[in-house]
Design a protein around this ligand. Structure first.
Ligand SMILES: [Zn+2]
Length: 268
């Protein structure tokens, strides 16, 4: 079917962290680790592959002292997707870990919500509280891409292709959008940073990094409305994604998960 997709999460980096890092107000449990995984996602069918976020580059990783496990774009080849075949890439928001690697995507347009571009080029970037999470060179590259007619700037809900829908939700950043993908098991929502972990959305506990907490709480409701069930929500940074969903093959365990099939386990 032309409007139904396979959907994959590709892990390209990880970072240690603590429970208290990941919730506004911290957490009563100060002693437990709660690491983050970094992902890009890709929806594929016989007609097209649509990439969701592009991950940080090796240069950005070095600059920020982050380890990279593998290049997020080259990793597409692990599931037989040629990066040059990607013509549409959704950027959920412009935080450094969700955008970059433009040079590796020569054929793609980039779908972005316009309020995100305004924010990333606007007055709030002078405050490290906001600006620290954006990489100036990535923002500049997106400006250049726009002049090169390679940015599709949306201002509201949009359809990238049949079966791939964008919904702006804000909260974490003003222009954050989530992606609704039609799969054989129904509509799955790639929540990206609308919910970093399952626990953020399930317990309605906002992640520590928010520009509008009211919107972030409402985004949880929106994500659940768009998804066919709670098991159709994919958080942006939760290591559990790779535990709940099967790998496409034995060799790709711990690297890539298939999200278009039912989860094997769930936490509850
Ligand atoms: Zn973010």
């Amino acid at each position: 079917m032309t409007d139904t997709y396979e959907l994959f999460a590709i892990k390209y980096a990880r970072r240690d962290g603590w429970r208290s890092d990941n919730f506004i107000g911290g957490d009563d449990d100060h002693a437990s680790a709660m690491p983050l995984d970094y992902y890009v996602w890709v929806a594929r069918n016989a007609q097209r592959s649509v990439l969701i976020d592009t991950g940080f580059s090796a240069q950005t990783a070095a600059k920020r002292g982050r380890g990279v496990l593998r290049c997020p774009i080259d990793s597409l080849r692990l599931i037989d997707i040629d990066p040059d075949s990607i013509t549409d890439t959704v950027i959920t928001h412009l935080h450094y870990d969700h955008v970059g690697n433009f040079a590796l995507l020569q054929s793609s347009r980039f779908h972005l919500q316009e309020p995100e571009m305004h924010f990333a080029t606007g007055r709030h970037m002078k405050y490290p509280h906001f600006g620290h999470h954006y990489e100036p060179e990535d923002v500049a590259q997106m400006v250049r891409m726009n002049f090169a007619q390679r940015v599709v700037m949306h201002d509201g809900p949009a359809e990238v292709a049949p079966g791939i829908e964008l919904q702006p939700v804000g909260g974490h950043t003003p222009g954050l959008q989530v992606v609704r993908v039609k799969t054989a098991r129904g509509w799955v929502v790639v929540a990206s940073d609308a919910s970093h972990f399952y626990e953020n959305i399930e317990k309605r506990r906002p992640f520590s990094n928010a520009c509008d907490v009211c919107q972030m709480l409402e985004a949880f409701d929106t994500v659940y409305l768009l998804a066919d069930s709670k098991e159709h929500v994919i958080p942006g940074h939760d290591p559990q994604v790779l535990e709940r969903y099967p790998a496409p093959s034995k060799e790709l365990e711990g690297i890539i998960a298939r999200l278009d099939v039912a989860p094997q386990t769930h936490a509850d």
